[in-house]
Design a protein around this ligand. Structure first.
Ligand SMILES: C[S@@+](CC[C@H](N)C(=O)[O-])C[C@H]1O[C@@H](n2cnc3c(N)ncnc32)[C@H](O)[C@@H]1O
Length: 193
């Protein structure tokens, strides 16, 4: 990631934004259950807040150095760190109660890969499980912030259509200065049509 991110993402200001403004609303919409997979944790702003709310948190990060730093920080804790792409998760189907992606989809270079990450999230969720996420909205300022870095913000309408087409249910996509979303894996209960 570029120098702007290296400065912002580990900062206390960014952690406060994620922990005070982004995560509480998301978690208020649903139940996280016991086992949570976080895709793209970076320096761990969301990890730090979420780890106190589940029994087991797996942080799955594509950047080896970032993953190494996070593993050192969370040695001897309930946080497990693994390296790889969220587009190809090495976990069995139905192995997590919740999946989180925060400020990471716009760092995924193509819509096809973003779709794969959402599809993988659905696959590893238990029936009734939940995907929660947040992301930045496209803007000139955000584009400039990403100079020399991947910049591929997902359109909220496209995200909603993708989540629905993949098979998520009870979907909420909120646009309120930033993008927040909550989408559940169907639990198999028949509902009136
Ligand atoms: C801008 S940082 C956000 C970090 C953190 N989630 C937060 O909100 O502070 C995006 C992170 O996603 C990671 N990432 C990008 N593509 C990924 C992928 N396909 N699988 C897993 N992690 C990925 C990046 O390496 C980076 O650490």
């Amino acid at each position: 990631m570029n120098a702007n991110h290296q400065q912002l993402c580990p900062s206390p200001e960014w952690a406060a934004y994620i922990q005070d403004e982004v995560l509480p609303w998301l978690v208020d919409q649903t139940e996280l259950g016991h086992e949570l997979l976080e895709i793209g944790p970076g320096p761990g702003a969301a990890t730090e807040w979420l780890r106190h709310r589940v029994k087991r948190l797996v942080a799955f990060e594509i950047d080896e150095e970032a993953a190494h730093r996070l593993a050192e920080k969370y040695a001897d804790s309930t946080v497990e760190v693994a390296v790889g792409s969220g587009a190809e998760l090495p976990y069995d189907a139905e192995s997590f109660d919740s999946v989180g992606t925060f400020t990471m989809l716009h760092h995924v270079p193509t819509l096809a890969l973003q779709r794969s990450i959402l599809a993988e999230a659905l696959r590893v969720l238990r029936p009734g499980g939940v995907l929660i996420g947040s992301d930045s909205l496209a803007s000139t300022e955000l584009h400039e912030f990403h100079a020399g870095d991947t910049y591929n913000p997902i359109d909220p309408a496209v995200l909603l259509a993708l989540l629905q087409a993949l098979g998520f249910d009870r979907i909420t996509v909120r646009v309120d200065g930033t993008l927040s979303f909550v989408a559940h894996r169907p639990d198999g209960t028949e509902r009136c049509q």
